[in-house]
Ligand binder design. Structure first.
Ligand SMILES: Nc1ncnc2c1ncn2[C@@H]1O[C@H](COP(=O)(O)OP(=O)(O)O)[C@@H](O)[C@H]1O
Ligand SMILES: [Mg+2]
Length: 208
């Protein structure tokens, strides 16, 4: 089971009580776990596409989405974490901070505060920064942000991976994690570039 702790940079190692929640006792490698999670995520995405279109900006939806994506693998899927992680706020603040984010995200739609991609990028960053769950936060928050911009802005989903695997160490992941860290420090430029929210208008339409 120790191999499961062997995560790429920018992920949150699991506590032993969290590993206890693994529904498959035979898993020994990170690759096996990745595969089980991937199968679960795919069935979660089917649920997401077919569900009744309720308000997604609720704690209940955020938790249900996590349970649908990871609940066949982890017993604690959909439940907020109770332990401190290297990423994320104090676990006691998760519910309150999540509510503030969901209220802000609703406000951004109603007031046209940001472009759809910028709203999606900010929503994603705030959600992973809260880090509501013991694991799966990156994947969950990318899908949640896509659902937000599709449902609320009628916009196509973000091309997060751009042909790479964001769960593995590679240039795309390094750029992604660096962009999230810059956003932690208050600068969204890198994350906006990452999600293609900043089109180089000047170069595509050169001024004669
Ligand atoms: N400095 C950071 N600030 C905010 N979010 C971060 C930071 N570093 C990593 N993350 C996010 O946390 C995720 C890793 O958390 P984890 O719960 O292990 O998610 P997953 O299992 O889906 O990879 C990364 O994919 C990224 O989305
Ligand atoms: Mg992880």
């Amino acid at each position: 089971m120790t191999a499961i702790a062997n995560e790429p940079d920018g992920s949150t190692p699991l506590e032993s009580d969290e590993i206890e929640g693994l529904k498959f006792r035979h898993v020994t490698t990170r690759g096996e776990l990745d595969q089980l999670e991937q199968v679960n995520i795919e069935s979660g995405l089917i649920w997401l596409g077919r569900r009744r279109k309720t308000d997604i900006l609720t704690e209940q939806f955020i938790r249900t989405l996590h349970r649908r994506l990871f609940g066949e693998v982890w017993k604690w899927a959909g439940e907020f974490r109770r332990t401190e992680k290297n990423i994320g706020i104090d676990p006691l603040q998760i519910g309150g901070q999540l509510k503030m984010l969901l209220d802000d995200a609703r406000y951004w739609v109603e007031n046209g505060t940001f472009s759809p991609l910028e709203a999606g990028a900010r929503f994603h960053h705030r959600l992973v920064q809260i880090h509501p769950f013991p694991n799966g936060n990156g994947r969950h928050a990318r899908i949640a942000a896509d659902t937000y911009i599709m449902d609320r802005f009628n916009h196509e989903p973000i091309d997060w991976a751009a042909g790479h695997d964001l769960q593995r160490s590679n240039e795309r992941r390094n750029t992604y994690i660096a962009a999230l860290r810059a956003a932690d420090a208050g600068s969204y430029e890198q994350l906006l570039a990452f999600v293609n929210a900043r089109h180089p208008a000047a170069s595509s339409h050169p001024i004669p």
